[in-house]
Design a binder for this molecule. Structure first.
Ligand code: BZD
Length: 833
């Protein structure tokens, strides 16, 4: 009782969602008007796609009104703003989100119903905006949602990829990649801003000159110039007051150098240059967690950073002219991983070569402007660029990086005199057979703050990745635990649960997620348990329908829905999940009365196209699924589903239906995870390792409401130090041996023995680098506990409720508040309506 009154006090100070700006009749009229005047069709001819576009256009009118007011407020208040630089923004669909944030979802549903149209069908017409690989890109999307909701002046800067992450098809069990074409039929949300086009230089050489004042001056003579065309996507905050923008740059030929060629009769050659320029923003690189060192990727990174910095400086100069003294009061730039790290030498170039500030002054500005978020400790994911490549593409930037490094090495010498080992470790330049530029070191040196994304990850960043940097600058390294927007990941994707929560605790929780703790008092309440589990059951039935449509398989909706959704990677251990499925299968075959509650294991995962083992694991999951699902001896108890083309919009259908959330990475490898938060928020119970944010989730929900298993970070380190041998487990554990050997037969791939052998070999001769075999028994035991817990309906309902109730910490609003307090030092700007 006392808890409740406290929370409702807090709620009364939070902004209430605005009353809708349009009523049903007005919205209906607006949609029909756009059907006629924007789409050039009418109610009788229009298909769902046209209705979708007309509905978007009607909503966009209100969005743009909010955008105009927001920009006016920010301009007149000359606000300090955060500039979120990210090579990826995984936005998903926008119509449902924008309607929810404008409090128009119900109105639109009613309006379309009266027009004889299903809103659900209309929403399905929208292609996902999949301009990202996974967690890092989706985090950027959640963060800009929270920034707008909290009325923070903010702008997202990224790349307007023509093709987002590939569309995945599964053919005979194997992944096939198809191009994603999200804007082939136009994107109703984006606005082209030709008035803000920027030019970016590439290649060429650097001339050293002596200026009038006797100072050495550097002039970069570029070999080519490309245009950056900005496309703005409005980002509507919940309540619709602040509408920020996501500005994405499209590359285009500058047509600048081509004229001579063109006039000399080189029409075709001129087109070749166009194609090259337009290639820059053509396609998103699908490799997460690996660094390929491709020239085009570096050009993409520089392209969007250079455009964005020019844009920021243009806006700054409009208010402050050539006076740089207030730049760091107005501008903070957050680097989403090292992908935009080239912005650091670019800003130095602008300040030193263009604005002619002296180096120290410029460096002071730079190191007060940038902050850097690290998302990984995996060595293969830490970006390094060959110095030779930088020299070719960005010759002046390489010089600047050398100068930054030279001065930094002098600082290191002061702190650790004569210690060359530390110098070579901290140097931006790696002196290997091929000289490499370490973007992580550059980012730490050029930023005033560096954060990891969960407590344990930030601790490991300090202890293992950058310990000397931490000694040098004890204040610089910090933690900001990730979060997710509860608007998309509960309110919009799980309307039934949202309505139930509204009924119990009011409708302010999307803005103040800690209010969900008020549900905890109902965790033992039989009626509430029934209601909560009824919602879950209905969501499972809906997902079963989707599974049927996508795969043809009919799944048992009384079974436990056990879900693992994330990029496919060895460290995430989808193959550990698979080994356990094989163990269950084998137990059922050996003992037909083997006692287990029916379970459906559901996967969604894309593999990087060049990551062979990851693709082999997808193939193995599909082949095992095929066999099990067609085996009448077991398929009433065990089913396996691989849903193709996992993406944001599919996640929104899967997450509300999950009973069990698989978060089983090797301890120390998953920086945070955010899917873990989404699933728990929707009442799934986690089976997880003590890794990333799982640890903080366990702290919030309590040991009774999560299944933790496996080696800890320290135990992993100890085992590796002693020398891990997967053979020990293979030969000593009959079940493991039988399962691995099974993979080598043709049982799952009739007539093709060995087709799944690579999975086995990765775990034996491959050394099992992520310790699947070491964690197998513990995982299997945890799964038995899950089984027992689920059979106790009351116990399970309580666990599920407690998961939803205790997820308040993981709202991205809290993450943003942490960034605002610890990094950005921003204040909200109230937008007048
Ligand atoms: O970032 C992920 C981490 O693996 C997760 O643990 C974490 O929760 C999220 C958000 O902090 N990293 C990525 O998603 N990384 C990429 O997608 C990526 C993309 C391109 C290049 C390198 C990595």
């Amino acid at each position: 009782k006392t808890k409740k009154s406290k929370a409702s006090q807090a709620a009364s100070t939070a902004a209430a969602p605005e009353t809708p700006k349009l009523d049903k009749g007005e919205l209906k009229a607006a949609i029909v008007r756009h059907l006629h005047c924007t789409l050039g069709t009418d109610e009788n001819k229009a298909n769902n796609h046209a209705w979708w576009k007309a509905t978007c256009a009607a909503i966009q009118e209100l969005v743009l009104e909010g955008l105009r007011k927001t920009q006016k407020s920010h301009y007149f208040n000359d606000t300090r703003a955060v500039h979120y630089f990210s090579a990826e923004f995984l936005m998903g669909r926008l119509l449902s989100n924008n309607m929810h944030n404008l409090n128009l979802f119900e109105t639109a549903n009613d309006a379309l119903t009266e027009l004889g149209i299903s809103l659900t069908d209309v929403l399905e017409e929208e292609p996902d905006m999949a301009l990202g690989n996974g967690g890092l890109g989706r985090l950027a999307a959640c963060f800009i949602d929270s920034l707008a909701t909290m009325e923070m002046p903010a702008i997202g800067y990224g790349i307007h990829y023509e093709h987002g992450l590939f569309r995945q098809e599964i053919k005979n069990g194997a992944q096939i990649e198809r191009p994603d074409s999200w804007r082939d039929y136009g994107n109703p949300w984006e606005i082209c801003r030709p008035e803000s086009i920027q030019e970016v230089s590439l290649y060429g050489y650097v001339e050293t000159k002596y200026g009038d004042n006797g100072r050495i001056q550097k002039e970069w003579h570029p070999g080519s110039i490309v245009k950056g065309v900005p496309w703005d996507i409005p980002v509507v905050g919940y309540g619709g007051k602040t509408v920020n923008v996501l500005r994405l740059w499209q590359s285009q030929s500058s047509g600048y150098f081509n004229w001579d060629v063109f006039n000399a009769g080189g029409y075709v050659d001129a087109q070749v240059e166009n194609v090259q320029a337009e290639t820059i923003s053509k396609v998103l690189y699908p490799n997460d967690e690996t660094e390929a060192g491709k020239e085009l990727r570096l050009i993409q990174q520089y392209f969007f950073c250079a455009c964005s910095l020019k844009d920021i400086i243009r806006r700054y100069k409009r208010a402050h002219g050539d006076d740089w003294s207030r730049f760091t009061d107005q501008v903070v730039i957050q680097l989403n991983d090292t992908h935009p790290a080239i912005a650091i030498p670019e800003l130095m170039r602008i300040l030193v070569d263009r604005a002619e500030l002296d180096w120290d002054k410029a460096w002071q500005i730079c190191t007060k402007t940038f902050a850097y978020t690290n998302h990984t400790l995996l060595p293969e994911a830490l970006e390094k660029w060959p110095a030779r490549m930088l020299e070719k593409i960005l010759p002046r930037h390489l010089e600047i990086i050398y100068e930054i490094n030279h001065r930094f090495m002098a600082e290191v010498e002061k702190k650790w005199p004569g210690d060359n080992a530390i110098k070579s470790k901290l140097s931006i330049i790696e002196e290997s057979s091929e000289k490499m530029v370490r973007m992580g070191n550059l980012s730490v040196i050029g930023s005033f703050r560096v954060n990891g994304v969960a407590e344990i990850h930030s601790m490991l960043v300090k202890k293992n990745l950058f310990p000397e940097f931490d000694q040098l600058w004890p204040e610089k390294l910090t933690n900001v635990t990730n979060g997710i927007t509860p608007r998309r990941w509960l309110k919009a994707c799980n309307p039934a649960l949202s309505a139930l929560i509204d009924k119990k605790i009011g409708d302010q929780w999307p803005l103040n997620l800690s209010q969900l703790t008020e549900l905890a008092v109902y965790a033992d309440n039989k009626t509430f348990q029934k209601q909560f589990m009824k919602v879950k059951q209905d969501n499972k039935v809906a997902l079963a329908q989707t599974i049927k449509e996508l795969t043809g398989l009919t799944v048992n909706t009384d079974a436990i829905f056990d879900i693992q959704i994330k990029r496919l990677h060895e460290y995430k251990r989808q193959h550990l999940n698979l080994l356990h499925i094989l163990a269950l299968y084998r137990r059922l075959l050996e003992n037909p009365s083997y006692d287990m509650h029916p379970r459906v294991f559901i996967f969604g995962a894309k593999a990087a196209p060049g990551y062979t083992l990851a693709k082999d694991i997808i193939f193995a999951i599909n082949k095992v699924a095929e066999k099990i699902n067609n085996d009448p001896r077991v398929n009433t108890k065990l089913q396996v589903v691989f849903l193709p083309n996992y993406r944001v919009s599919l996640a929104e259908k899967m997450i509300p239906a999950a009973d069990v959330s698989e978060q089983i990475s090797t301890a120390g490898k998953e920086a945070s995870g955010t899917g873990n938060m989404k699933l728990a928020l929707n009442g799934a119970v986690t089976v997880g390792t003590l890794d990333g944010a799982n640890i903080e989730i366990a702290e919030e929900v309590g040991d009774d409401n999560i299944f933790i298993f496996g080696l800890t970070v320290d135990e992993v380190a100890e085992l590796k130090r002693k020398g891990y041998s997967p053979d020990d487990y293979y030969y000593k554990n009959a079940e493991i041996k039988a399962i691995l050997d099974w993979l080598e037969t043709d049982y799952f791939t009739p007539g093709k023995p060995g087709a799944l052998a690579s999975v086995k070999h990765s775990l034996l001769s491959g050394g099992d680098p992520y310790l699947c075999l070491a964690d197998f028994d513990s995982y299997s035991a945890a799964q038995e506990q899950v089984d027992a817990a689920y059979r106790d309906k009351t116990r399970w309902a309580k666990m599920a409720i407690m998961n939803t109730a205790m997820m308040g910490k993981f709202t991205s609003d809290r993450s943003i508040k942490d960034y605002v307090d610890r990094v950005w030092n921003l204040t909200a700007c109230i937008v007048e309506n």
